[in-house]
Design a binder for this molecule. Sequence first.
Ligand SMILES: Nc1ncnc2c1ncn2[C@@H]1O[C@H](COP(=O)(O)OP(=O)(O)OP(=O)(O)O)[C@@H](O)[C@H]1O
Ligand SMILES: [Mg+2]
Length: 280
Amino acid sequence: MSILRVEQLSFQYLQANRNALRAVTCEFEPGTVTAIVGANGAGKSTLCFALAGFIPHFFRGKLQGKVYVNGADTQQTPLAQLVTQVGMVFQNPFNQISGAKLTVSEEVAFGLENLGIARAEMETRVARTLQLFDLQHVAQQSPFALSGGQQQRLALASIFIMEPPVMILDEPTAQLDPHGTRQVMKTIQTLAAHGRTIVLVEHKLEWVARLAARVLVLDKGALVADGEPRAILSRANAWGLIETRYARAARAAMERGLIEKKELLPQTLEQAKDWFQIEG
Ligand SMILES: Nc1ncnc2c1ncn2[C@@H]1O[C@H](COP(=O)(O)OP(=O)(O)OP(=O)(O)O)[C@@H](O)[C@H]1O
Ligand SMILES: [Mg+2]
């Protein structure tokens, strides 16, 4: 059974004059990374809100269709119950900070407090999580005093520590440098390998190619492609996405007549070596 299922989902925000989502149907398999890509305003964050239950429980608007989490209809299931199944990291990490805690360490522990976990166990998990997201040096600072990148890592840490079976990550590395990005991507990979289901909104298509088993493309609220990453990313230009450096190089080589035209373009270093027939 799919852990997440979306059926003919349409949504229009209260103040909007057009639909943010248009009859989207898709499913997500357990233990996989599925990427959602699309231009600005395509509806990626809106789909994330619907998968996590914030639509309809938090954002008001006109909703049609269904979302099921582990078979439960999100419209019929309270948010408090959904959050134990689906954790979401917001696009703007500032929005994730509770405002209820004075230090980064307490903020990371916040979600665990209501789960009745023993104090020693909690301290171990907090220390491990702070380490994982490279926040141990700012553990005693106020969450609001952090840089954008640190706040993004804090938002991720606060969700990761809860260990929800499904994690929705809306551009989790937008504020991070290449090192921070690599760290977060590796963590995502490890989580999926341990059976977590990851939904990742990401503009960096090279990471999408490396991590995702499947890619969904949203365009003006509609799901316009759903499939194997390499085939989909080879058509990135068609949806106004910034293609990977490997795809760009391949396209340039084809246009100059250096290599015969092919439909599948390389999206990773490994694929590029093969595509350009580079030895070693
Ligand atoms: N709270 C809101 N009220 C009204 N309209 C909204 C609201 N949030 C988003 N929208 C509109 O819904 C549409 C989809 O927005 P959404 O944020 O889901 O796109 P996105 O793909 O995440 O874009 P981005 O890449 O910029 O994050 C856009 O037209 C946007 O203006
Ligand atoms: Mg968005």
